[in-house]
Design a protein around this ligand. Sequence first.
Ligand code: PAF
Length: 285
Amino acid sequence: MDKTPIVIKDVYELQCLVKTQKNHGKIIGLVPTMGFFHEGHLSLVEKIKTYCDYIVVSIYVNPAQFSPHEDLDTYPRDLKGDIEKLKRVGVDLVFTPDCKSMYPENYQSFVCVRDVTKPLCGNKRESHFEGVTTIVAKLFNIVQPNIAIFGEKDYQQLLTIKQMVRDLYFPVKIISGKTIREDDGLAKSSRNSYLSSEDREKATIIYKALIKSSLEVKNGNLKTPENIKIFAANIILTVQGAVIDYLECLDAQSLKTTESLNKPVVLACAVFFGKTRLIDNIIIK
Ligand code: PAF
């Protein structure tokens, strides 16, 4: 049966409501999002529901994590549709703050996590992760959840948030949800909606390259991260118009370069199809 969530914009109203729930002994779960839900988001809600009694989903397109030339203005938004979808999975509260309350005039405080944010997206999207950690830290302070969940598609974001939580002693447990894929393997993403039908077809090369590389490692044909990276890049570049923004094979824990496969590595990439930049990754053990 559908369950209509309470929708709240105001920070203090939200804090009051969540506090009451906590006083009743409820375990609070938070799903931070930028909205425009697909099955990936809904699977995060489904997963966190198994750990918590009161679920808060935040929907906020955070300007601080977009660079000036990026897609902040065109980022897809559909609050009404999102709330309909949340009704079906059953959440308790939807938090939809506005920019005036998140970044009021004379706002000055930002959270910066160092090493793990340097490679991959951090190297390509200036101050992106500072924007992410700042808004997530604010959401943690506002909602004070016991548990929060993030998708594994944004693998570097997940590691960064875990690092921030460890370093700053946030009293929240971080869990992760698997990447949800279309039937042809393309990772679900709000940005897939930007793709032309031709580019949508071409974009399937990303997952094919990740999977084939992983298989070749298992079959003993690729023996170093460098070989894996070259192998995957060559597959992606067979598709006309695919432009690799980055493709790296790094230590899966530290995101540092490594020369061996003794420990798990992450093969992660960002690829442009036209103006649309898609990211994906696979862990190779
Ligand atoms: O992954 C996202 O959608 C965003 O980066 C997050 C974590 C909601 C912060 O704005």
